[in-house]
Structure formats: structure tokens, C-alpha cells
Design a protein around this ligand. Sequence first.
Ligand SMILES: Nc1ncnc2c1ncn2[C@@H]1O[C@H](COP(=O)(O)OP(=O)(O)O)[C@@H](O)[C@H]1O
Ligand SMILES: [Mg+2]
Length: 319
Amino acid sequence: MAAVRASGLAKHFESTCALDAVDLTVEEGEVRGLLGPNGAGKTTLLRILLGLVRADAGSVQLFGRPLDTSDPSALAGVAGFVEDPSFYPYLSGRVNLELLAELDGGEASARIVSVLERVGLAARAGDRLSGYSTGMKQRLGIAASLLRAPRLLLLDEPTAGLDPAGVREVGELVRELAAGGAAIVLSSHQIGEVENVCDSFTVLRRGRVVWDGTGGELQARAQASTYALGTSDDPRALEVAERREGIRAVPARDGGLVLSAEEGCLDPFALALGDAGVAVRRLELLISPLESMFYALTAEPSVDPNKPAGREERAFAET
Ligand SMILES: Nc1ncnc2c1ncn2[C@@H]1O[C@H](COP(=O)(O)OP(=O)(O)O)[C@@H](O)[C@H]1O
Ligand SMILES: [Mg+2]
């Protein structure tokens, strides 16, 4: 049974169309990335799924039951937060969780110690929230959601404001929860932060779904990756690049080259450099295929959606 089955969701705020004909299905054990630039409608969609706002049109079923915002039991087993998780700043992390557990009926109290450990906050649980970093607040938000032992977890930009280690930890936690059977939706405007964590993606642009599918399917549509390239002889490397299919190279502003390579074209190019007597000293992925696809999908309509665009084009323009 699907954890979420939403179809035809629409939501308007006066003249703004926040969501239009949005479908979303999330299976148990699936991690779905809800992606899109700021203003795409991610938070609005999560608010609807959490029963915080009502859609103007469309339907939502959670675990096969229609979502009825007047019936709190329809949200049993569902937890999460939108925008920043909010807590009392003058109370400690632990006391904030105790208050939430009481509101939830008290039986969640028994889980407080273990959820604090799970999100890596046990040692700081006695500190006031006002001294928490952004990352600690995000992790406490996840801890608060876990108090409800959710079967469906809805997290709005849980990696925003985290350092790379924090992003990785949230990713590991999400994968663990999914391995235990939970369905998870996590939103992000940075595909790079969640691409390794998600099984599937729903990409929103201006309230509409512009892509829905698995990571593999998205990757298969991706055209090129962008790399920083340093060689023993960059002018010669540029000449070699010019003769190769699927390869585009330009000098980078700060030295070295920026290279765009289509799927399968990078290895032959590296070998051709060797044949030409050019040694590769540095090759670093700047934009992954998924990222470049994401930028192409969410680019503004003046840009041809069939062309890789967005940051990749900009990376070239800046050189
Ligand atoms: N309460 C609101 N009142 C008016 N406009 C809103 C409200 N909430 C969201 N919007 C608008 O709806 C659109 C989608 O917003 P949001 O769902 O927050 O996007 P995202 O989370 O992807 O950044 C934006 O244009 C935003 O300004
Ligand atoms: Mg948002």
C-alpha cells in the first residue's frame, strides 16, 4: 500500500498559483526527494500532506485513508516539519521534546533518550535551544518527528544550513529509517545534498511537476557532467578536446580548464590526452549529471529545456 497517494493537487494564494495538478506517490520504504528552486511549491505540498493547509482541489490518501484535516487520527504515524522546526528557545532540547511528547499523549516520552542519541544530540540535550546551531535545530526537528515513531516522515529542507558532515549524517539517518520500512519525503533546493539519499524524485517548477521518476531514470536523461581539469599542457589539451565528440573545454578564469563531457565520452578523452603526451594532473567533478539535469528541468522557460542549461551554462559563461 502506498504511504502517500496524492493526485491533482492545486493551491492558490490570491494571484499566486503555488501548486497546479500535482501528483505524488510514495511507497513504504521509499525515500522521495521533492526538489525545486525557491518558490516551486515544496513547502506548500508538504503542508497539505501534514494537514496544515487544505488544497483547493485534488485528493490525498495516506496509507489508503483519505486525509481529513478535521480527523487527527488520519495523521496517525505521520510526522515531520515545514520550514524551520520551531522550539522554545529558553528551554533545553530535552525539555522541548518532553513537552511535545506530553502533547502527543505521553507514551512518546519513553523514546526521548533514544531519539536524542539517534540524531547525535544526547550530549547537548541539556543545553538551551538558544545556543544550538542551525544543524542542531534541524536534528532536534528530526528527533521530534521520530518521537511519533512515524511510518511516514515529511521533512522540509532538513539539510539546509548543515555542513557537509551534517548533510551526510541526515542522509544516513534517513536511509536507516527507510530500511526500517518508513516512507520519507525530503525536500531540497539543492539536488547535490540529497541525490545519494533518494530512491526517486519529484521535481517541481512553479507549482508544476516537471519530472517524476527514479534516480536512474533521471540520470539516463542527463546529458553532460562538468569537470575542472588541470593538465601538464592546457593549450594542447584544448586542441585535443576540439577534435572529440561529446567533449567541450574552455579555459577557466582562475587557470586550468572547465570540461563538459557527455556520458561515456570522458574516458576516451583522458586516453586521447595521454596519446597526445598531455598528463592529467587534476580532474574534479563540478556538476554531476543529476545536478545538471535538475538545473535544465528547473530553468526558466526562456531557456530551451532540451539543452543542458542553468549552472552548467553559467560555469561556461563565467570562464
Ligand atoms: N501563505 C502564503 N501566502 C501567500 N503566498 C504564499 C504562501 N505560501 C506560499 N506562497 C507562495 O507560493 C509559492 C510556493 O511557495 P512554497 O511552497 O513556500 O515554495 P518552496 O517551499 O518550494 O520554496 C511561492 O510563490 C510563495 O510565495
Ligand atoms: Mg520551502
